[in-house]
Design a binder for this molecule. Structure first.
Ligand SMILES: [Zn+2]
Length: 330
């Protein structure tokens, strides 16, 4: 230890004298590179059989204190789960991973983010900007498929001036969610902003809405599976092309740890939290057993991975990002 300190001091002295010599000799000082403060693009592209898929972010959604949002875990159990997964204790930060699927015949957008609504701060509502970065023109979207009618899944349908953000698209949602969230007599009063947002984003496209039917194909290669509880008509989508599968699970689970390790834990924004938990367990067990990859709207970017059984719950294993689109996989 003593030797090491002496060596460091010696190196430091050598370094200073070299610098001094440089200045004396008229050499320019070495420039340090500036901090860039920029980030990689917030979209991610991958192949799924014959389809091309792009995850596009609407930005992060900071929910706030985990204990205010995830209900039924003891304080100790929540602390154990968060710390053992190296997650912060003071804020549950969700991603918003929207999917754009090019099937060769259709360009399909799953969920449209929060739009201009800023009740979770300024980080949401970035879908259109990130689509532009990804080289996708909103005019080219043929279909907007909504997993459910919550603010962070349809808030980007319609701009504040009433213009439809995807002017050439047909819109898909369950009738159950459409009818519930546009009806002020059904929506609880503390969820009024949800009804406002549903009306703002569904009414202007009403004549283009197609109601999703459980178990039926929404578009070729995309099957709807009713997964109720989070909302009355919450739906997940099994996507299949050339033998490859991916399930877009919407809000089947909002947190990759707190709703998986003890999957009967309840979530503040569930319409029927007990039914939601049962739906979650049933589908996660199916994904684990059949080894079906998932894309989770709110999991850590870009939200693609697998689930396996662990203890009396599940564990989420993020998939490596595939950065070479020309490489043949599987
Ligand atoms: Zn959501």
């Amino acid at each position: 230890m003593t030797n090491r300190v002496e060596l460091s001091r010696r190196e430091w002295l050598l370094g200073s004298s070299t610098l001094a010599a440089g200045l004396i000799g008229g050499m320019p000082a070495l420039a340090k590179a500036p901090m860039l403060g920029t980030q990689a693009p917030y979209w991610y592209r991958f192949k799924l059989g014959e389809f091309e898929a792009t995850v596009v972010s609407d930005g992060i959604l900071p929910l706030g204190k985990p204990e205010d949002n995830f209900i039924g875990l003891s304080k100790e159990e929540m602390a154990r789960q968060l710390t053992s997964n190296f997650l912060p204790m003071d804020n549950a930060v969700l991603e918003q991973n929207a999917l754009i699927l090019n099937t060769g015949n259709h360009l399909v957008l799953f969920d449209t983010g929060m739009g201009s609504l800023d009740i979770f701060g300024p980080t949401t509502g970035k879908l259109l900007a990130n689509m532009k970065q990804a080289g996708i023109d909103p005019k080219d979207i043929d279909a907007v498929v909504m997993s459910h009618a919550h603010i962070d899944h349809l808030g980007g349908n319609v701009a504040d001036n009433g213009a439809i953000n995807f002017p050439n698209a047909q819109f898909y949602i369950t009738q159950a969610d459409h009818d519930f969230w546009t009806d002020y007599s059904k929506v609880p009063s503390d969820f009024k902003v949800f009804a406002d947002t549903a009306n703002k984003n569904l009414k202007p496209v009403r004549d283009r809405i197609h109601f999703i039917k459980d178990g039926r194909e929404v578009l070729p290669g995309v099957h709807a599976m009713l997964a109720p509880g989070h909302t009355v008509g919450h739906t997940i989508f099994m996507i299949e092309s050339a033998g490859k599968q991916l399930c877009y699970i919407g809000d089947l689970a909002h947190h990759p740890v707190l709703l998986l390790e003890k999957p009967l834990t309840e979530f503040k924004y569930d319409t029927d939290p007990k039914q939601s938990a049962q739906t979650r367990v049933k589908n996660l067990a199916m994904f684990a057993e059949k080894r079906i990859p998932i894309l989770a709207y709110h999991f850590a970017w870009p939200g693609i991975g697998h689930v396996v059984k662990q203890g009396d719950g599940f564990r989420y294993l993020p998939a490596p990002m595939e950065m070479n689109l020309t490489r043949k996989t599987g």
